[in-house]
Design a protein around this ligand. Structure first.
Ligand SMILES: [Ca+2]
Ligand SMILES: [Ca+2]
Ligand SMILES: [Ca+2]
Length: 233
């Protein structure tokens, strides 16, 4: 009897653990396919320069940028050196992936990153921004605006020449249908000092956990909105 009860308890714990273990929402968060170069499977690359506009080769997959150095695997090399701080033609690169999302769910994006010592994002008073972000949107189009954004500034969070894990979290607002995982290097430029100046990223992960408090607030907001509308009418 005691053994059976113990088994039930263990089974219940396992079920609980399974239910609370957040599911990975990204595809190819490891940035490991299809191979070195300009294409990152399942991710969208947005690269433009301030004046000369859309461009290519702002970010590529490289074997030396793989965090754990697994054979045949890759990480993303963001090319700050493509920008020019003298002319002001700065490099702006984002990689994004859209996943279906639900209002009231708390999403967390994590990822590993390194900035080499002469990366333009690490120059004091630089214009370069280095961001891990989630954009909450009501469609698959970032160019027509988003509902809200949560951002972690990686330099403020301690970016340096060692692999460190960073994260950013936020609750999807009302109307959300898409959570857009994003890594951005904005206003980047070639460091005249030369030397190692890569910004590299690997092993991204996006998970969502329903937020009871947020759901409660959302419900309150809907009630308030309804009563407001009633009053107005
Ligand atoms: Ca990788
Ligand atoms: Ca790896
Ligand atoms: Ca949009």
């Amino acid at each position: 009897m005691k053994v059976a009860q113990g088994c039930v308890a263990v089974a219940a714990l396992m079920l609980f653990a399974g239910a609370s273990g957040a599911q990975e929402l990204l595809t190819n968060g490891g940035l490991d396919s299809p191979g070195a170069g300009l294409v990152i499977d399942d991710w969208t690359i947005d690269y433009f320069k301030t004046f000369t506009g859309p461009s290519t080769d702002g970010v590529t997959l490289e074997p030396w940028a793989d965090r754990l150095g697994d054979a045949g695997e890759f990480g993303a090399f963001f090319k700050a050196f493509q920008g020019n701080n003298t002319t002001g033609d700065l490099a702006n690169v984002s990689i994004t992936q859209d996943v279906a999302a639900t209002a009231g769910v708390a999403y967390t994006l994590s990822g590993w990153a390194r900035g080499e010592d002469n990366y333009s994002g690490l120059i004091p008073s630089t214009a370069t921004e280095t961001l891990l972000a989630i954009d909450f949107d009501d469609d698959g189009d970032a160019t027509n605006g988003v509902l809200s954004t949560v951002v972690t500034d990686l330099v403020a969070a301690g970016l340096n020449n060692d692999w460190l894990q960073y994260d950013v979290s936020g609750v999807a607002p009302a109307g959300t249908t898409v959570a857009r995982a994003r890594v951005s290097m904005l206003n980047a430029y070639n460091n005249p000092d030369g030397g190692g100046q890569a910004f590299i990223v690997d092993d991204l992960s996006l998970t969502g956990v329903p937020e009871p408090a947020a759901l409660g607030l959302l419900a309150l907001g809907i009630v308030a909105g309804l009563s407001g509308r009633r009053r107005a009418a």
